[in-house]
Ligand binder design. Structure first.
Ligand SMILES: Cc1cc2nc3c(=O)[nH]c(=O)nc-3n(C[C@H](O)[C@H](O)[C@H](O)COP(=O)(O)OP(=O)(O)OC[C@H]3O[C@@H](n4cnc5c(N)ncnc54)[C@H](O)[C@@H]3O)c2cc1C
Length: 490
């Protein structure tokens, strides 16, 4: 099948309004925020997809997948377009992007059973707004909440800023509907718990469009107690001291909604008015009044037990106001893009990893040391640091952040700057037993390490691919390493 025949066949399944072949839209669809700088400078090195299509039912998705499966057409599922790791990047000549734009219905907000069912193309912000109007919340609040959509949020195993209380998306999804390349529509029912064999929700959650297309999702809802929010902030001696306080809170069983520690460098860009060159530790407690009181007590006790870590407290109002400006709107994303057309810099890159409490400080130390000593363009770094923002009883994450001046051709930026730094972070994390990917997904740009991430358990991941997508049409190059695609990385 060639591109011309593909378009003709799409026309047999969908109406003309559901098929987009506008050249600018196809250029935009060829890459995501991973190659944002090259994209802004119009030097993308990847093929354009043939079309973007907008099915309006699971049955239409099924018909599209069956056709693509039969003819070996690559499929890239798409929702809110906020992917950061190349999950939306196209590496194949014959590709169709299946966009969830028309799957945009909030099907039911069930306040009695505390769950909401929506189609994959519903923006999280829209669901949250409707839930809030009923005194409820999804509890899910990634920084991309105004733009990201439920299909993409589930497909990437996303996590929100209040995760320490509410969990990641995997703790919220109670059921879903998804479509496989052979056209099978699977519906996983909505129940509070099940023990009917392995938890099959997890075949869809985090699949990054490599196994199935998610069409509908049911997530939990929580009562929203907006008046009970309490904030704490401290300047702390160093990252490791801050991590010790985080651990103390977590191992004592408390669940603040936010528990974070920022390195000096990262604190400078977030809290430039008041960080005074120090690391920052902060907490937020929310929920039912009694729980908030207990959580605040737990935070205060942990801080008291680690006085050696604390330099001074910060006015809680500063933390409160910082939180109100944290999310990125579509306008912020567009402004950054416009800025990259003019400037040789952007808002930088991040790599998020996780490990147990003992290992996280080691990874942090090693990464800082190796990047400063081994990275050939270290002089171009304008910022290198990180923060821990999602904690668990047995460990936490580290969100490495790095900004740099771009002193090379736009098309070389990722090879010259991002890839070498990311390689150090991933190598150190895997060497010390952590996970190289905490919440952005593997996309295409960490797929070279997927087998190392999973070790002997990669066997299980590989079998899923062979079983559900035997012809390899689903998001070629994402999660599952493809040697041929490495030319777009290295
Ligand atoms: C400013 C900014 C802030 C961010 N903050 C956070 C954060 O706090 N926490 C966090 O976890 N992430 C964050 N991210 C990353 C990103 O928002 C998440 O990965 C999000 O889950 C992607 O959702 P999306 O709807 O934009 O999906 P898309 O970008 O459209 O797609 C993401 C991936 O999911 C696949 N996919 C999309 N829809 C479907 C579907 N229906 N079925 C199957 N596969 C599908 C795609 O093929 C792709 O691989 C941030 C990104 C930006 C730009």
């Amino acid at each position: 099948m060639n591109a011309h025949e593909l378009l003709a066949t799409l026309g047999e399944i969908l109406t003309p309004a559901q098929i987009n072949t506008d050249p600018d839209a196809l250029y935009d669809a060829a890459a995501d925020r991973y190659k944002k700088f090259a994209k802004a400078r119009r030097v993308l090195d990847v093929p354009m997809p043939v079309a973007i299509v907008y099915p309006s039912s699971a049955e239409q998705v099924a018909a599209l997948l069956v056709m693509c499966n039969e003819h070996g057409v690559n499929v890239i599922p798409r929702a809110g377009k906020t992917a950061t790791e190349g999950g939306l990047e196209n590496w194949k000549d014959l590709t169709v992007v299946i966009d969830a734009q028309n799957l945009d219905r909030v099907i039911r907000i069930d306040a009695y059973n505390m769950q909401a069912t929506v189609q994959a193309g519903v923006r999280l912000q829209d669901l949250e707004d409707q839930a809030r109007a009923m005194g409820l919340t999804t509890g899910h609040s990634p920084q991309s909440k105004p733009v990201a959509k439920l299909g993409g949020l589930v497909a990437t195993r996303s996590i929100g800023q209040f995760s320490t209380l509410y969990g990641g998306i995997e703790d919220m999804v109670v059921g879903l509907e998804c479509v496989f390349p052979d056209g099978h529509i699977a519906r996983i029912k909505n129940v509070p718990r099940r023990a009917g064999g392995p938890d099959i929700r997890h075949i869809a959650i985090g699949n990054e469009g490599t196994l199935c297309y998610i069409t509908e999702v049911t997530v939990k809802l929580f009562r929203y107690f907006g008046d009970n929010h309490r904030f704490y902030g401290y300047l702390v001696r160093d990252v490791e001291a801050g991590l010790r306080v985080l651990r103390e809170v977590m191992v004592n069983g408390y669940r603040p909604s936010v528990a974070r520690v920022y390195s000096e460098e990262d604190a400078r860009q977030h809290f430039y008015q008041w960080h005074r060159g120090e690391c920052v530790l902060l907490f937020m407690a929310e929920g039912n009044r009694h729980i908030v009181e207990a959580t605040c007590q737990g935070i205060e006790e942990a801080v008291a037990a680690h006085q050696d870590a604390i330099l001074e407290p910060v006015d809680p109002e500063l933390i409160r106001s910082w939180f109100t400006h944290l999310n990125w709107s579509q306008k912020d994303i567009d402004d950054e893009f416009a800025g990259m057309v003019e400037n040789d810099s952007h808002a930088g890159f991040t790599t998020e990893i996780s490990a147990d409490w003992e290992t996280i400080p080691q990874i942090y130390r090693n990464v800082m040391a190796r990047v400063r000593s081994e990275f050939e363009r270290a002089d171009d770094l304008t910022m290198l640091g990180g923060h821990s923002s999602h904690s668990y009883i047995n460990g936490t994450n580290m969100y490495f952040v790095y900004n740099y001046r771009i002193n090379c051709a736009p098309e070389d930026e990722l090879r010259v700057y991002h890839h070498p730094i990311q390689t150090i972070i991933v190598e150190e994390t895997l060497r010390l037993g952590g996970s190289m990917c905490h919440h952005h997904g593997i996309g295409k740009y960490r797929s070279e390490w997927t087998t190392a991430e999973h070790g002997s358990a990669y066997y299980m991941l590989e079998k899923l691919k062979t079983a559900f997508d035997p012809n390899g049409i689903m998001n070629w190059g994402a999660i599952y390493p493809q040697e041929e695609g490495m030319r777009f990385i290295r």
